[in-house]
Ligand binder design. Sequence first.
Ligand SMILES: [Fe+2]
Length: 148
Amino acid sequence: MEKEVFVVWEDRYSVGIPSIDAQHKELLVLTNKLYDACRNSEEKAREYFKEVIRSAVEYVQFHFTSEERIMERINFPELGPHKVQHTSFVKQVLEEVQNFEGGKSFVPNTFVRFLRDWILTHIAMSDIKYAEYIQVLKKQGTLQALIK
Ligand SMILES: [Fe+2]
């Protein structure tokens, strides 16, 4: 099967914080793995998907916690609404995973598209806000410890 990459990292997705960029890149790697899983025969796809999905969910949770710690450290005013976005995304993903594991209606292709679109939109619309806030604090010299 010809190797087709579903979603490719682009520099314009960077929020300017290397650790967060690295985590966002990993999220795209995981999305690509799930996409690859969908391209197999149905039985193989399910098997592979099952292997990847749990670690993907764990990684998403680890990543959100990292972001929330940063936002707490800088007293980011929009932490509350940002957390709500994280929580509802995890809830939605877990519901889909339950549908998948319970054999209910689940369309892997639709799911990976949802993942990709959510991640990229969230970076561009929401993560960029705390990243910009950090830049402002740095310029003001009010950021005590460096956030890498
Ligand atoms: Fe976020």
